[in-house]
Ligand binder design. Structure first.
Ligand code: C2E
Ligand code: CA
Ligand code: CA
Length: 768
């Protein structure tokens, strides 16, 4: 507002309500004029007096003293002339003065009204005596006082702590009722009624300042919020086609500033994951008319992958879309959590493979397709014993290693899952012929048989595989899994390390059920129907006979021979193996005596089942029988599988130690199919190691198998053990085993298992 131009020497404002002017200052010219008039008057008067006297005297001198009245007339004339002049002058001056007075009065009224009626609060204050001199209506109204009360106020009453005089600037004043007002004062110095006074103009700034403060506060709150909240905010102006605002978190997240964004709003797009980019571009093509949400992956400048969520909200003004505002959030953590939950729900924690649930849903979607495909269920043989004897850590480590190997063998096709403890599932797309998948499965089991070098153990393990085919063996996941399980159980029954297809209905390997088989076995035992066959063993170096293995044989009447892998487990389960086992040793002793009679003094190895080792006096019983048949203990050898040793390792070690002390030879049977930890086997007094047939079969073609055999032989020799290769069927296998420095071989190539009668003739033939 333009300040009124007032200066102390000109502010002779007639501010009194009675309209009387204050002290008058006359201009000096005003004083000059009467002086000039006086001089003029004196001049005229003196001139008149002197002039008229000279003229009158001359006339009287000429005309005589009769003209003496001339002096009187001259005097009267002078008075008349000057009187009239004075009258005219006075009249003129009074008129002038009256006009000036009227003019002054008008302007006084105008000024007074400008003061009293001014909407701006104003007052005049005398700082000398600390007294209010004048106040206008606006001031009285604003502060809530009557004029009388206002004039009695002191500056201190208006504002606590205020000095004796008013000053320019903002001040806190109080309304009569106590409310605080923020007043902006403009103070002018002025003379008023002979004193040096202050004219104060007061404008109420309370609302404005409060609004400003509220704005500043809300701005501060917004800034605080924006700086504290991890979400980024942005405002995009559609008219300008550029970002108007981005918050610090937005800048941090996208590693970009407003200036850069204003120059090129599409700049952030180049760091979006290529897979997510099309969706983002599509969303950005048109401004959103409703709230929208987008999630995409984002590469930071350092190359780290983050998940971002972008929420946009349109802003309309008078029905026109003017802006888009939005929130940007880094949802990487949530995504990771989600992923973790997904993994927990769908993946096996130990191996990281798909779990049963995941496998089931994968199967379900595979079943919805055309197929065909194979479901392979793979069970690790004797895994429980590894867990029991080497501890769960080793068991877990082995499972992880198996998972890794299977994953590599799967070679990216189908699905690999871990269903339970030692059971894995493989879903393999169709191969042209059934034979193919069988080959593939065999290859898989051979690959699995390669040693696993774990942190504390090197383990050999085998697996049994059951295969169910889609759609022949089932059209839904449950049926396929059930039939796969049947096939797996069948494979395990077949002596482990084998592959079985599911068969409709599952074909029992025996024509009679288990219970009747058990009965048949009891009958056979009572009727002494068991027989022993002997399979010779040969030294690779000399090509000569070095011993025999006694193998139990049983013919089921009307059916034919039953495999010992079928009936021996039943003998074990029923405990019949104990009497049968002693009978078998006695039979072997009898046959040994017969062989001795023929001049053959090679040892006979008998197979010992786990159950037999549960007998504390087993060693004594065996030794007693040898004594009974007058045979030195070296003539009898024992073959035990790792699993039978592991069932009760301490007791087994004790029994074996006693037998070994008596010089009896003890062999580990089927080495490579159990858990095959040589370091663990050192605990047992074992002197011979028999490599399982499964390694020998493929040894020629399969370099892996060959290297396993090589490794086993080296390790066994390192432990001073004799190595026997089982199931040698070809001269090539024998030659290879010789190269690998195997000690002995046993198998169809050298001789098949045969009954005693046949053996004697075989021996006779050998001697020729
Ligand atoms: P094992 O102890 O590994 O016996 C060797 C098996 O391999 C025998 O099978 C034998 O006939 C077979 N075999 C030997 N050479 C060859 C070959 O060149 N090719 C092929 N394909 N096979 C060959 P068998 O007689 O069927 O015995 C199977 C298993 O039954 C034995 O495996 C053994 O674990 C168990 N068993 C046999 N007799 C007894 C016994 O008297 N007591 C106990 N506890 N178990 C026995
Ligand atoms: Ca054996
Ligand atoms: Ca064997």
């Amino acid at each position: 507002m333009e300040k009124p131009v007032l200066s102390p020497d000109r502010t002779t404002l007639p501010l009194r309500r009675d309209g009387h002017a204050g002290r008058h200052h006359f201009p000096s010219s005003f004083w000059n004029m009467p002086a000039r008039l006086l001089f003029f008057y004196f001049f005229i008067a003196f001139t008149w007096i002197l002039g008229s006297d000279i003229l009158a005297n001359k006339l009287i001198a000429y005309y005589g003293p009769g003209l003496g009245w001339l002096h009187t007339a001259k005097g009267i004339g002078f008075v008349l002339v000057t009187g009239l002049a004075l009258f005219g002058l006075t009249r003129y001056l009074v008129n002038q003065a009256w006009r000036a007075h009227l003019h002054l009065h008008d302007s006084e009224l105008a000024f007074r009204s400008a003061f009293t009626d001014n909407p701006t609060a104003m007052w005049v204050y005398d700082p000398g005596v600390g007294r209010m001199l004048e106040a206008n209506q606006a001031a009285c109204q604003h502060y809530g006082y009557s004029l009388h009360e206002f004039l009695a106020l002191t500056p201190h009453r208006l504002s606590r702590g205020m000095a004796q005089r008013f000053q320019n600037g903002l001040q806190h004043h109080h309304h009569r009722q106590g409310a605080l007002m923020i007043m902006e004062l403009t103070v002018y110095a002025m003379r008023y009624q002979e004193t040096q006074a202050q004219l104060v103009l007061a404008r109420d700034m309370t609302d404005k300042i409060q609004a400003e403060r509220a704005l500043a506060q809300s701005e501060a709150r917004f800034t605080e919020l924006v700086s504290k909240v991890p979400e980024g905010f942005w405002v995009f102006d559609l008219e300008q086609g550029s970002y108007q605002y981005i918050s610090p978190a937005f800048e941090r997240m996208l590693e970009i500033n407003l200036h850069q964004l204003k120059q090129d709003a599409s700049l952030p797009l180049c760091r979006i994951h290529p897979e997510d980019l099309p969706e983002v571009e599509q969303a950005l093509a048109e401004p959103p008319t409703t709230a929208t949400e987008l999630e995409y992956r984002w590469f930071t400048k350092a190359g780290e992958l983050r998940w971002l969520q972008h929420r946009a909200y349109p802003v309309f003004e008078r029905d026109a879309l003017v802006r888009v505002v939005g929130v940007l959030s880094d949802i990487t953590h949530e995504k990771q959590q989600q992923q973790r939950l997904f993994e927990l729900a769908n993946f096996d924690r130990l191996t990281g493979l798909a779990n049963r649930i995941n496998c089931h849903s994968y199967l379900a979607s595979a079943c919805a397709g055309e197929g065909p495909f194979y479901l392979l269920l793979l069970g690790l043989d004797r895994f429980k014993q590894i867990n029991d004897n080497l501890g769960h850590d080793t068991g877990d480590e082995l499972l992880r290693a198996v998972a890794r190997r299977l994953e590599a063998l799967r070679d990216g096709q189908g699905l690999l899952a871990r269903l339970s403890g030692d059971e894995f599932a493989l879903l393999i797309p169709h191969r042209d012929q059934g034979a193919d998948i069988r080959d593939w499965a065999y290859q898989l089991s051979r690959d699995l048989a390669l040693p696993f070098a774990l942190s504390h153990h090197t383990l050999f393990i085998t697996a049994s595989l059951g295969i169910a085919r889609f759609p022949e063996d089932g059209r839904d996941p449950d049926t396929l899994l059930r039939h796969g399980d049947h096939a797996l159980a069948q494979a395990k029954r077949q002596g482990r390390n084998s592959v079985c297809f599911y068969q409709h209905p599952p074909q029992s390997p025996f024509p009679i059920g288990k219970v009747s088989l058990e009965n048949a076995l009891r009958l056979a035992w009572e009727n002494k129907e068991f027989e022993l066959h002997y399979q010779p063993k040969m030294s690779i170096d000399t090509g000569r006979l070095v011993g025999f293995e006694a193998l139990l044989r049983w013919q089921l009447r009307g059916t034919g021979p039953v495999s010992p892998t079928v009936f021996i487990p039943i003998l074990e389960d029923t405990g019949m193996i104990i009497p049968v086992g002693y009978w078998l040793i006695e039979q072997a002793c009898t046959d040994l005596r017969q062989l001795a009679g023929l001049g053959v003094d090679k040892p006979v190895a008998v197979n010992i089942a786990a159950r037999q080792l549960t007998q504390d006096d087993f060693a004594e019983q065996v030794l007693a029988r040898l004594q009974q048949y007058r045979l030195p203990p070296q003539r009898l050898a024992l073959e035990l599988t790792e699993s039978s040793l592991m069932q009760e390792p301490t007791r087994a070690a004790g029994i074996l130690r006693r037998l070994r002390r008596a010089q009896m030879s003890i062999a580990i049977d089927d080495f490579g199919t159990g858990y095959s930890s040589l370091s663990y086997l050192k605990r047992f007094p074992v002197d011979t190691l028999k490599i399982d047939r499964s390694f020998i079969i493929e040894m020629e073609q399969d370099t892996d198998d060959r290297s396993i055999v090589d490794a086993i032989i080296r390790m066994a020799h390192g432990l001073s053990m004799t190595v026997v290769a089982e199931g040698v069927e070809t001269p090539e296998q024998a030659a290879l085993l010789r190269q690998l420095r195997c000690d002995q071989i046993q198998g169809y190539w050298y001789a098949r298992p045969m009954p005693m009668a046949q053996l004697t003739s075989w021996l006779a033939k050998q001697r020729q």
